[in-house]
Design a protein around this ligand. Structure first.
Ligand SMILES: *[C@@H]1O[C@H](CO)[C@@H](O)[C@H](O)[C@H]1NC(C)=O
Ligand SMILES: *[C@@H]1O[C@H](CO)[C@@H](O)[C@H](O)[C@H]1NC(C)=O
Ligand SMILES: *[C@@H]1O[C@H](CO)[C@@H](O)[C@H](O)[C@H]1NC(C)=O
Ligand SMILES: *[C@@H]1O[C@H](CO)[C@@H](O)[C@H](O)[C@H]1NC(C)=O
Ligand SMILES: *[C@@H]1O[C@H](CO)[C@@H](O)[C@H](O)[C@H]1NC(C)=O
Ligand SMILES: *[C@@H]1O[C@H](CO)[C@@H](O)[C@H](O)[C@H]1NC(C)=O
Ligand SMILES: *[C@@H]1O[C@H](CO)[C@@H](O)[C@H](O)[C@H]1NC(C)=O
Ligand SMILES: *[C@@H]1O[C@H](CO)[C@@H](O)[C@H](O)[C@H]1NC(C)=O
Length: 543
């Protein structure tokens, strides 16, 4: 195990190592990184919430007699939320993934507060990322890109996030250890730009060449930095569990292993799709799960109990038999718990909406019913703003779940939002579902429209649906400052009830430019659905 930058390793009398992180150190480092002129302007104090189990976070920001800004909060994430509230609403500065940080433009004399700013979250978890975002958006990110991203996430109080980077090293080590050779492994691992779909078992192998070892190593190094920074910033990482997909030649090393084959995905050729997977009731599934998880624990330390595991994402199971589905999930859970007794299985519930013809309610109930302890699972209701699954499944039959905004398919670049569903429907879920534990963002590509992501993450701290008119106004102030921005307030107020208020059910995500489509002399215009080219507002109408 290694020591974390902001954590001290304590050796107890019996020699067992335990980490003791200073919970405010990461916040102080962020201030030093982004507002170096203000390292002495803030005071951070943690006051843990009362009670056990999951709790909502809260913060209070006030001015001290000696002119400092004092932030009290229940957790590191709560402190960061308070800091963000103060910086964006009082100092009118923020950090943006598309323009970088403007926090260093905070005034020399920080604004003092007459009365404290207070906030309480309405959900314990604020979640970020989608397994495919790693390929659509961050495949070639540097550490500097991740630093901006992680500070952006942390200040918006995200406290739970997927951390897929560098997992190829783990896959390769596990496969090598059981006796597969480099050719066999290379025929399975996809190239750097396509890993997300390899992780989902949709594709295997690659076009023209195998994964370079230098890339595998550099990504693993990057992951170590990402996990350190997440820990400092109060973000619990969700690491990959072994989903079961394996090189086809696994039967060479385990001749009696029980295998199945996934369907071909998206018309890919057999050579590059139709992934082989170990049936979870075969003991080798548990063996590989244990290897997969313990290798990560050795490399990263005991940083999480959350494991992401998707077996049937756009991959229909072999059978819809209720007993089969329950058997698969039950054995998957058993293997996961054997590898980490505290494991929580995180699953993207996209399949229930994308393949709702297969995933009838009784099949979902059987699959989820295979996990006998509800709190051992966490479902992401991936496209809750348009195709919520919690309503038809009676809140996933009692399993904890997170209300997620998907918003952007692929890496589409248009302007788009559903301000009403994001604010009203998410709060309906808080009121109506006792197993709702978080709000999150699951955009496929993290592209423009940052205001729509901010809106849901701020909704996580607002007891009533946010008034979007005030919200857009304040967002403009944080984005552009308050001087000479009258026309910007007007411009954004034109966008709010039009571009950002889609209610047309045939167009449910960010539009795509026809320039992004395969060239054609017809069929480019008027597309609807997840990759629409239709414009959902009447430019000459309202506004
Ligand atoms: C968090 O706050 C919401 C809204 O007030 C409430 O419904 C929910 O029960 C709280 N959750 C916890 C874990 O206290
Ligand atoms: C798979 O194993 C067979 C022998 O069982 C071997 O001929 C073949 O080359 C292997 N495939 C790969 C990709 O290495
Ligand atoms: C890892 O950490 C979790 C939570 O912090 C704790 O419950 C668990 O016992 C730890 N596991 C090990 C092996 O130290
Ligand atoms: C799952 O199915 C396998 C193969 O049919 C069987 O051996 C096993 O007992 C089943 N397990 C459960 C928990 O039903
Ligand atoms: C808004 O949410 C409602 C209720 O879930 C849903 O019926 C509707 O399709 C959503 N609107 C859009 C534009 O997706
Ligand atoms: C949720 O509950 C409120 C009452 O608190 C009700 O008005 C609303 O229709 C419910 N919404 C859903 C989606 O169940
Ligand atoms: C959004 O559009 C709907 C349907 O046209 C309308 O009823 C609603 O008032 C609009 N909301 C906002 C905030 O503009
Ligand atoms: C929704 O968009 C489709 C496709 O452009 C259009 O045909 C339809 O009239 C729109 N519906 C409404 C209610 O505006």
């Amino acid at each position: 195990m290694r020591a974390f930058t902001s954590c001290v390793w304590l050796l107890s009398a019996i020699g067992a190592a335990a980490s003791s992180c200073d919970p405010t150190a990461g916040v102080e480092s962020l201030v030093k990184r982004r507002l170096p002129q203000h390292v002495d302007s803030f005071e951070f104090v943690i006051e843990p919430a009362q009670g056990s189990g999951l709790t909502n976070d809260s913060y209070a920001v006030s001015s001290t007699k000696d002119g400092k800004i004092r932030i009290e909060g229940t957790t590191t994430s709560a402190l960061l939320s308070g800091l963000h509230k103060y910086l964006s609403s009082e100092a009118n500065v923020d950090i943006w993934w598309f323009v970088g940080s403007q926090l260093d433009q905070a005034p020399k004399r920080l604004p003092q507060l007459k009365s404290p700013l207070k906030g309480t979250s309405v959900v314990p978890y604020r979640y970020h990322w989608n397994t495919v975002t790693t390929s659509y958006t961050s495949a070639f990110w540097s550490w500097e890109d991740w630093e901006t991203q992680l500070d952006w996430m942390a200040l918006r109080a995200i406290n739970l996030a997927l951390a897929w980077i560098g997992v190829e090293k783990i896959f390769i080590e596990v496969f090598t250890e059981i006796g597969l050779n480099a050719d066999e492994i290379n025929s399975f691992i996809s190239g750097p730009a396509f890993l997300a779909w390899n992780h989902f078992g949709n594709i295997q192998g690659s076009w023209g060449g195998s994964m370079p070892q230098s890339w595998v190593d550099s990504q693993s190094d990057l992951q170590l930095k990402i996990l350190d920074r997440m820990e400092e910033l109060g973000i619990t990482p969700i690491l990959p569990a072994f989903p079961g997909f394996v090189p086809r030649n696994i039967s060479r090393v385990f001749p009696d292993i029980s295998l199945s084959t996934s369907p071909l995905w998206s018309n890919f050729p057999t050579e590059l799709s139709g992934d082989t997977y170990i049936n979870p009731f075969d003991p080798r599934f548990a063996q590989l799960q244990k290897l997969f998880i313990s290798k990560q624990q050795e490399l990263y330390g005991n940083v999480t109990n959350f494991w992401t595991l998707d077996q049937f994402n756009e991959n229909q199971p072999l059978s819809g038999d209720l007993g089969y589905l329950q058997n698969v999930s039950h054995n998957t859970w058993t293997a996961l718990k054997a590898a980490d007794p505290d494991a929580v299985w995180v699953m993207q519930a996209w399949l229930f909406s994308s393949d709702s013809a297969f995933w009838s309610n009784d099949r979902i109930e059987s699959f989820l019913g295979g996990i006998p302890v509800n709190s051992d699972m966490l479902l992401l209701d991936l496209f809750a703003e348009s195709a919520p699954q919690w309503l038809r499944t009676n809140s996933f039959y009692g399993k904890p779940w997170i209300w997620c905004e998907l918003h952007d398919y692929g890496g589409n670049m248009g302007l788009y939002g559903q301000i009403e569903n994001v604010t009203i429907n998410s709060m309906d879920a808080v009121r109506n579902s006792s197993s709702l534990v978080g709000f999150g963002l699951t955009m496929e590509g993290q592209e423009g429209n940052e205001i729509m992501y901010d809106l849901l993450l701020d909704q996580a701290w607002s007891p009533k649906p946010i008034d979007t008119e005030t919200y857009f106004h304040d967002w403009v102030s944080a984005r552009y400052g308050t001087k000479n921005v009258k026309s910007l307030y007007t411009g954004w107020e034109l966008l709010r009830p039009t571009v950002f208020n889609n209610t047309n059910l045939t167009i449910t995500a960010v539009p795509k430019s026809i320039l992004e489509l395969v060239p054609s002399i017809s069929g480019l215009l008027g597309r609807t659905g997840h990759h629409p080219t239709t414009i959902h507002l009447q430019p000459s109408g309202h506004g």
